[in-house]
Design a protein around this ligand. Structure first.
Ligand code: NAI
Length: 407
C-alpha cells in the first residue's frame, strides 16, 4: 500500500531548501502561505495540516492546536521555540523541532570580523570620515595576529570561533563551566577572572541563564586589561551595558562590538536606544549575528530533515518537548506503530499484549519517557487486523497512535 502524501503547511517564507528536505523520504504535499497569517486565517489553513512549519512570529497556542486535529508535528524554522506552547503540543502528542545550531558559523564569522575591525579602530575612523575628517593614523591600530582572544563559553559558536581565530594566528584562550576538548592550540582557563585578566579581547558565547545574567558586570569589566575589547553577540542580559559604556568613555576599554541588548525593538518601527550609542570605537548591530542567507538555508534543511524523519521513521531526536527516540529506517515487511502516551507503569506491557493478541511478532521496540510523557515505537511483523490502531487508541493512556508502513 502506498502511503498518501502528508499535508504540510509552511508559513512565514520558510527557506525553499526546506521543500527537498521535507520530501526526501517520501511524499509530502507542501502548501505555503507567504508572511505571517492572522490567527483566524491560520486556523482555517491548519484544519487539515499534518505538519506546520513556522518561524518566530507565528504563535502556536492551545486555540491553534485545537483547530488542527490531524497535526503530527511542528517545525520551528528558527532557533527559539518560545512562540509555541510546548507543553500543550506535547500533551497532544505533537513533537516540536527547531534548528538550534544552523547559524553557528554566521555568528562566529561576525565575531571574527568584529575583532579585526575593533583592533584597527575602523568604527572610530568610519565615524570620523563621515564627518569629513581624515584620520589616517596607525595610532592604537593592531593586527590580530599573536593577540590573545578570550572566549567565554566554548560551545558550538565558541569552538568554531576558536578554529577561525587560530587560523588567523591569534592565541586563543577559553573558559567553559563544562570540560571541553580544546581545538588546535587553544588553552582552557581555570576561571573567568583568569581569562579576563589575560586577554586582549573577551567575547562571550554563553546562553542566558540565572548563572550567566550580568556575567560581565561592572567589576569584571573593570578587571579587563586596559585597552582591551569586549564583544557580546550572544544574549543581551550577559553584559552590564551602562558599565560597558562608562568603560568605553573613560578609555579603560578600547572598543566593543554588541549585537544583542537588554531591551531590543520588537519591530523596525520601534526606536532603538542604548547607552552605547555614541561611545568611541563601538560596532552596534541589530541582533544579526545569525542572519545570513546561508544560515536560513541551513535552518530550512535542518528543521525539515527532522520533520521528515519524524513523518517517515517516527524519530523524535532533538525534539524540544518530547522524549527522544531514534528507531532508524523501517525494515521491509514490518509495520511501525508510534504511540505517544501518558507515562504510567505497564503501558508497554499492554501494547505488547495487544500485538500478541493480534498474532503479530514484536520485531523491535523503543521506549523513552520524559516527565508526564512516554513515547513507544514498536516494529511489528504479521498481518494486523484492520482495527489495530483503534485498539492501540483504546489502551488507557494512549494520546494518539500512528502507523508507518515500509516504503
Ligand atoms: P552552546 O550551547 O553550543 O554553547 C554554550 C556554551 O556555554 C556551552 O559550552 C556551555 O557549557 C557554556 N556555558 C554555559 N554557562 C556558562 C558559564 N556560566 N560560564 C562559561 N561557560 C558557560 O551555544 P551556542 O550555539 O554556541 O550559542 C552561544 C550563544 O550565542 C547563545 O547565547 C545563543 O543564544 C547566542 N546566539 C546569538 C545569535 C545572534 O544572532 N547574535 C545567533 C545564535 C546564537
Amino acid at each position: 500500500m502506498t502511503q498518501p502524501a502528508f499535508d504540510a503547511l509552511l508559513v512565514e517564507n520558510v527557506h525553499p531548501d526546506a521543500d527537498s528536505a521535507l520530501t526526501q523520504y517520501g511524499p509530502v504535499a507542501i502548501r505555503r502561505v507567504a508572511g505571517s497569517p492572522s490567527p483566524e486565517a491560520l486556523r482555517s489553513e491548519i484544519a487539515r495540516a499534518q505538519v506546520l512549519g513556522i518561524r518566530s512570529r507565528t504563535q502556536v497556542d492551545t486555540a491553534l492546536l485545537d483547530a488542527a486535529p490531524d497535526l503530527l508535528a511542528v517545525g520551528c524554522f528558527c532557533i527559539g521555540t518560545n512562540q509555541v506552547d510546548l507543553s500543550a503540543a506535547a500533551a497532544r502528542g505533537v513533537p516540536v523541532f527547531n534548528a538550534p545550531f544552523a547559524n553557528t558559523r554566521s555568528v562566529a564569522e561576525l565575531t571574527m570580523a568584529s575583532v579585526i575591525m575593533l583592533m584597527r579602530r575602523v568604527p572610530e575612523k568610519m565615524s570620523a570620515i563621515e564627518r569629513g575628517e581624515w584620520l589616517k593614523t596607525a595610532e592604537g591600530c593592531n593586527e590580530v595576529r599573536k593577540k590573545k582572544l578570550g572566549i567565554v563559553g566554548y560551545g558550538n559558536i565558541g569552538a568554531q570561533l576558536s578554529v577561525i581565530a587560530s587560523a588567523l594566528g591569534m592565541h586563543v584562550y577559553f573558559y567553559d563551566i563544562d570540560p571541553k576538548l580544546a581545538h588546535g592550540n587553544a588553552r582552557p582557563m581555570e576561571s573567568l577572572d583568569a581569562l579576563i585578566s589575560e586577554c586582549d579581547v573577551v567575547t562571550v558565547h554563553v546562553p542566558s541563564t540565572a548563572r550567566t545574567r550580568n556575567l560581565m558586570n561592572a567589576e569584571r569589566i573593570q578587571a579587563m586589561k586596559p585597552g582591551s575589547f569586549l564583544i557580546n553577540q550572544a544574549r543581551g542580559d550577559l553584559v552590564d551595558v551602562d558599565a560597558l559604556a562608562a568603560a568605553l568613555r573613560s578609555g579603560h576599554l578600547a572598543g566593543a562590538a554588541v549585537d544583542v541588548f537588554p531591551v531590543e525593538p520588537k519591530s523596525k518601527d520601534e526606536r532603538f536606544e542604548s547607552p552605547l550609542i555614541g561611545c568611541p570605537n563601538v560596532i552596534l548591530t541589530p541582533h544579526i549575528g545569525g542572519s545570513t542567507l546561508e544560515a536560513q538555508a541551513a535552518i530550512g534543511m535542518d528543521a525539515a530533515t527532522k520533520l521528515a524523519r519524524f513523518l517517515f521513521e517516527g524519530a523524535t531526536s532533538q525534539a524540544v518537548n518530547f522524549p527522544e527516540v531514534d528507531p532508524g529506517p523501517l525494515q521491509p515487511g514490518r509495520i511501525r506503530i508510534l504511540a505517544p502516551h501518558l507515562n504510567r507503569p505497564g503501558y508497554l506491557r499492554k501494547l505488547n499484549n495487544m500485538a500478541e493478541d493480534a498474532g503479530a511478532n514484536v520485531a523491535a521496540q523503543f521506549l523513552q519517557t520524559e516527565g508526564e510523557l512516554g513515547y513507544a515505537v514498536a516494529d511489528l511483523e504479521g498481518d494486523l487486523p484492520g482495527d489495530f490502531l483503534d485498539r492501540i487508541h483504546a489502551i488507557d493512556g494512549t494520546i494518539r497512535a500512528r502507523m508507518i508502513e515500509a516504503r
